[in-house]
Design a protein around this ligand. Sequence first.
Ligand code: DX5
Ligand code: ZN
Length: 219
Amino acid sequence: MKISPSILAANLTRLSEALSKLNSEVTDFIHLDIMDGHFVPPLTFGEQLSTAIKKETSIPLDIHLMTAQPEKEIPKYYELEPHNITFHYEAASFPIRLAQEIRSKGIKAGIALNPATPVAVLNDIYTYFDLILIMTVEPGYYGQSFLSNGMQRLSEVMNLRQRLSEKTDHLPLIEVDGGVNAENAVSLRTINVDIAVAGSFVFKAEDYNTQIEILKGNI
Ligand code: DX5
Ligand code: ZN
């Protein structure tokens, strides 16, 4: 399982230091939580800080847009050449068009689902996405607890992928976000989740790389 530390949970006044402590051998991605104060209550950061982060690290960026108008925000991140740009299903009127635009830039298109959104919505849009992000907390804040329906929803998505990939030959990555810790990481690895985002679990400790190795099951 790959790990994508959510930099939002680091000490934001010492971002450069936090980035330099992440070993690129064990840190697969850096997860950027872009919140606009509309789709979710908090406002975090946008393309300017993201650009500054890009200059400080060679680790691929995993962009998670929690914004009400993804169509306006997405183009701001093309220049950063991230691994993926993920926007929310609940915020997008035209998710397929947005996915096509992201892909046309050579960037993976991701779709995020809130905990209350039925997994079945993926049926009709599945093939347009390279990554599916399942939220296991309500978006907006780091440090929340993994919701009790999270594992069930992830299993549903894994089954849906299994079923649809046989028909379509398409295999998007499955990513989980919210409340990931050492305990639930065992189950996440068992059901073969591809990428786990982790904010507080990684940054609450002094040694971020050890925390990442714990989530991977290497320690
Ligand atoms: C929540 C964000 C998450 C969050 C993860 O809205 O999308 O990425 O920062 O932090 P933890 O792992 O602490 O739940
Ligand atoms: Zn996130």
